[in-house]
Design a protein around this ligand. Structure first.
Ligand code: ATP
Ligand code: LTN
Length: 329
């Protein structure tokens, strides 16, 4: 059985972008693969986080995984910081990573742009991500388009380690959706929808109330034309809304085009909002039940135990190959 691993940062309210680009594929993959789904709390602190908010969001992301359909009996659901091997292997990899390759990472460039003081953690972020993936020898990593470059670097680091110290790590493959790999902001279709955007009108949060969803979508920026046509180069805003529609209504882009032929944007946006609400409402109800039950702590503890069993072995193997003197049992 192939192994799958992915993670989401508890750095804000999860968005429809996270759901379509990542979580939906987590749910699909869990039936035929051995899966590990983390809440990457140690990545979240690469930008400042309020301690109480970090704790709350960590629980919230784990609960949203379950509410979205991840079955903790199938997939290990855990917090990255509960498995200390991630940080340790991350350190080993910082000694193999090059400054130049880290400087080329577009997520680093975007998140550091215009800041006077840039944390070193933000810079080495992709090295910790490589450790997250390689410590489980994952074959497949379901992510959105924005993480492709980090995956490339992960593959390079694995190959570099294997070349120098002998075959230790599986070279992972990204698993990126064909449509919806990059859901864009509602106010600016040149930027990806992001949970850490300070403008809440730019994203649909998974937990947004139905009326909020309707309001945000009715105000989503569109061009001055009328044609509901998928043309990302010339009509990026309506194409983005069509990708969301396709996912939430389970329709193809062609079916959507023909349904709205000659009708303008008004009705399309209204229907879109109802499709989004119909996806989010049951998920939100499930989320509330899970949070109330308090069962998330048990899920995270069991997930960490399963993850730790795999991680500690890989770490030991990597350390031995690098020449660390291992303690005698
Ligand atoms: P932040 O704004 O804090 O950087 P984010 O919203 O970009 O967060 P991440 O935690 O970095 O979210 O991403 C979690 C997963 O969701 C990743 O696999 C990422 O590729 C995917 N993802 C994030 N935003 C989008 C988007 N707009 N469209 C598709 N996939 C996305
Ligand atoms: N870098 C990712 C989050 C992340 C991740 C991972 C994704 C951290 N570790 C391991 C997949 C596998 C992000 O910013 N979305």
């Amino acid at each position: 059985m192939k192994r799958v691993l992915s993670g989401i940062q508890p750095s804000g309210q999860l968005t429809l972008g996270n759901y379509i680009g990542a979580i939906r594929n987590f749910v699909r993959l869990q039936n035929a693969h051995e899966c590990f789904f983390m809440v990457v709390d140690m990545h979240a602190i690469t930008v400042p986080q309020e301690p109480a908010a970090l704790r709350e969001q960590t629980e919230a992301v784990a609960a949203l995984y379950i509410a979205s359909g991840i079955d903790p009996d199938k997939a290990a659901v855990f917090a990255q910081s509960h498995v200390p091997g991630h940080a340790e292997l991350g350190w080993l990899f910082t000694t193999l990573a090059h400054m130049g390759e880290l400087e080329r990472m577009t997520q680093f460039k975007d998140k550091s742009a215009g800041k006077d003081s840039i944390g070193a953690g933000l810079f080495v972020y992709p090295v910790l991500m490589a450790a997250d993936i390689l410590i489980y020898n994952a074959d497949l990593v379901p992510v959105g388009e924005d993480q492709k470059q980090h995956l490339e670097m992960t593959r390079d680091l694995a190959a570099r380690f294997n070349g120098r110290f002998g075959e230790c790590f599986t070279i992972p493959e990204p698993y990126i959706p064909k449509v919806g790999a990059r859901i864009m902001s509602l106010d600016d279709a040149s930027r990806k929808m992001s949970k850490s955007n300070p403008n809440p009108a730019s994203y649909i949060a998974i937990m947004d109330e139905p009326d909020m969803v309707r309001k945000k979508l009715s105000r989503a920026v569109t061009d001055s034309g009328r044609a509901v046509k998928y043309d990302p180069a010339n009509k990026p805003e309506i194409s983005n809304l069509m990708s969301i529609y396709a996912h939430c209504a389970d329709m193809t882009l062609e079916e959507i085009e023909s349904r709205y032929e000659g009708q303008g944007y008004g009705g399309f946006k209204k229907d879109l909002a109802e499709h989004v609400v119909s996806v989010l409402e049951p998920l939100q109800a499930k989320y509330r039940d899970i949070r109330q039950s308090g069962e998330i702590h048990r899920v995270l503890a069991e997930g960490a135990e399963r993850a730790e069993a795999v991680a500690s072995q890989t770490l030991r193997d990597a350390k031995e190959r690098m020449g660390f003197l291992l303690p005698k049992p």
